[in-house]
Design a protein around this ligand. Structure first.
Ligand SMILES: Cc1cc2nc3c(=O)[nH]c(=O)nc-3n(C[C@H](O)[C@H](O)[C@H](O)COP(=O)(O)OP(=O)(O)OC[C@H]3O[C@@H](n4cnc5c(N)ncnc54)[C@H](O)[C@@H]3O)c2cc1C
Length: 412
C-alpha cells in the first residue's frame, strides 16, 4: 500500500505535521524509531507563534493542563543583581500563551491527539529509517526493525522529521560538514522546588564565560506542598568533549563549582542544582544553514532541516511553524513537487535567520552586554550600564527575526 505522505520521526515536528496534514485533509503516517515513546528530555518552551498554531489544532486545553504558562522573563548578572524584566505570553498582550513544558508532556499531548484523530495505526514505532529511494512516482523507504530485520514502505512523498541526527538529511546532503561547536556546553536537570519569584518566571543569569543559568518551572503542584518541577540549564564555555546526544548523562562536579557562591535572596542556586536526581549534558552545536533542503518528493522539517543552538526557545516552535507551512503548501498546490518547493522557499530563509540569530544575538545577548560593559563586576545602577531602549532593541530584534513580535502576531 502506498502512503500519501510518510513522516519519518515522531518527535515534536513530526507529530505536529501529522495533525496539520490531517486538518488539511492530507493522509499521512508517522514512522518513529524508538519502540515506545517515553518522557525523555527535560524542559522546552513554546512561544506565542507556536502556541497560536497549536491553538488552531485545538490543543490549548491539554497543553495548559500540562504546562506552566510563563508570565515573565527576567535577567540577572552572576551577582544576583536584577537587569531587566519583561512580561511574556498573555501577560505581554499576546492572544496566545508562552508554555514552559516537559518535552515528554508535549510529545504525549501531540501523540495522543495523533492516535485519536488519525487512528491507532497512524503512529508506527520501532521503525528506524535507513534509506529513502526516490523515483519519478514516489519514494521507497527502508526501515530497520528492533528484531534486526528490515521492511519497506512506499510513499508518494516523504518528510524527514528525524531530528539532529537525521538519516534523511544525511542522504540528501552526504557531503555536509560536521556540526559547528559554539564553544560552550550545557548541563540540564529538573528539581522539585518551591515556586521561584512569580512561580511562572523564566530566569536567565550570569554569562557563558563564567557560567550562565536558565531556570523555569515546567509542572505545577507536583506535591502536596504545592512545589513545582523546575527545569534548569547551566551553560559554560568549555572545549568540546562529547558528541551531541539529547540523552547523555552529565556529572554535577563538572559545573557545580561555577555556581558555588550563587546564594541570592530570590534563589539558592547550588541547592537547586544539587536537588536534581540526574543531569544531562549536551554540547551546544548547530549546523550551517543548507543551500537547499529537499527534492521533488523528499523534504526536511524541524531540527532535521535547521538544527540550532537552543538559546532562543525556538527549536520546537520553528518545527511547529514548519509543519503549519508544509500542510498549507500541500493543501494549496496541485502537485507534491510544487508544494515542497513553495514550503522550502518560505521556511528555509526564515529558519536560517533564526539559526544565525541564535549564534549571535538571542535574548541572552543582554547578559553578554552587561558582562562585557561591567568587566564582570557588580554595578551600582543598571541604567548606567545599559539603557531600557538598548535592552528593548535586543529583545525586539530577536522576536522579529524568529517571527513572534507582538505586532506580527496581532496582525495575524
Ligand atoms: C530524546 C530527545 C530529548 C530532547 N530533549 C530536549 C530538551 O530537554 N529540551 C529541548 O529544548 N529540546 C529537546 N529536544 C529537542 C527538541 O525536541 C527539538 O529541538 C525540537 O522540538 C524540534 O523537534 P523535531 O521534531 O525536529 O526533533 P525531535 O523532537 O528531536 O524529534 C526527532 C524524532 O525523530 C526520531 N528519529 C530519529 N532518527 C530516526 C530515524 N532514522 N527513523 C525514524 N525516526 C527517527 C527520534 O527518535 C525523535 O523522536 C530533545 C530531542 C530528543 C530526540
Amino acid at each position: 500500500m502506498t502512503v500519501p505522505v510518510a513522516i519519518v520521526g515522531g518527535g515534536i515536528g513530526g507529530l505536529a505535521l501529522a495533525l496539520e496534514l490531517h486538518a488539511a485533509g492530507v493522509e499521512c503516517r508517522v514512522f518513529e524509531s524508538v519502540p515506545r515513546l517515553s518522557a525523555v528530555g527535560v524542559g522546552i518552551n513554546l512561544l506565542p507563534h507556536a502556541t497560536r498554531q497549536l491553538d488552531r489544532l485545538g490543543l490549548l486545553p491539554q497543553l495548559s493542563a500540562a504546562a506552566v504558562s510563563t508570565r515573565e522573563s527576567v535577567f540577572f548578572n552572576r551577582f544576583g543583581q536584577h537587569i531587566h524584566t519583561e512580561p511574556t505570553g498573555v501577560a505581554a498582550g499576546y492572544r496566545w500563551p508562552q508554555f514552559s513544558i516537559h518535552r515528554g508532556d508535549l510529545q504525549a499531548v501531540l501523540a495522543d491527539a495523533v492516535r485519536a484523530r488519525l487512528g491507532p495505526d497512524a503512529l508506527v514505532t520501532g521503525h528506524t529509517c535507513v534509506d529513502a529511494a526516490e523515483d519519478s512516482t514516489g519514494v521507497t523507504l527502508t526501515f530497520a526493525l528492533p528484531d534486526g530485520t528490515t521492511t519497506t514502505q512506499r510513499a508518494a512523498a516523504v518528510v524527514g522529521c528525524d531530528g539532529i541526527h537525521s538519516a534523511i538529511r544525511k542522504q540528501l546532503h552526504p557531503d555536509e560538514g560536521e556540526p559547528v561547536y559554539s564553544g560552550y556546553t550545557m548541563w540540564r536537570g529538573v528539581t522539585v522546588h518551591e515556586p521561584i519569584r512569580s512561580g511562572a518566571s523564566m530566569i536567565r543569569a550570569g554569562w557563558l564565560a563564567t557560567g550562565k543559568l536558565v531556570v523555569y518551572p515546567i509542572r505545577d503542584a507536583v506535591d502536596a506542598a504545592g512545589r513545582q518541577l523546575v527545569n534548569w540549564v547551566v551553560e559554560i564555555e568549555t572545549p568540546q568533549h562529547t558528541g551531541r546526544d539529547w540523552n547523555r548523562a552529565g556529572r554535577a562536579e563538572d559545573f557545580l563549582g561555577h555556581f558555588a557562591d550563587w546564594h541570592f535572596d530570590w534563589l539558592d542556586v547550588p541547592a537547586l542544582l544539587r536537588g536534581a536526581e540526574s543531569v544531562l549534558e549536551y554540547p551546544m552545536v548547530d549546523q550551517d544553514p543548507l543551500p537547499w533542503w529537499g527534492t521533488a518528493r523528499v523534504t526536511l522539517l524541524g531540527d532535521a532541516a535547521h538544527p540550532m543552538v537552543p538559546r532562543g526557545s525556538n527549536g520546537g516552535g520553528q518545527a511547529i511553524l514548519d509543519a503549519a507551512a508544509l500542510a498549507k503548501a500541500l493543501r494549496t498546490h496541485a502537485t507534491i513537487p510544487d508544494a515542497f518547493a513553495a514550503y522550502e522557499q518560505l521556511r528555509r530563509p526564515a529558519t536560517a535567520a533564526v539559526v544565525r540569530a541564535n549564534r549571535t544575538n538571542p535574548p541572552d545577548a543582554i547578559l553578554r552586554e552587561v558582562y562585557e560593559r561591567t568587566g564582570d563586576r557588580p554595578f551600582d545602577t543598571i541604567g548606567e550600564v545599559i539603557t531600557e531602549s538598548e535592552l528593548d532593541a535586543i529583545l525586539t530584534n530577536y522576536k522579529r527575526t524568529a517571527g513572534y513580535s507582538l505586532t506580527a502576531l496581532s496582525e495575524a
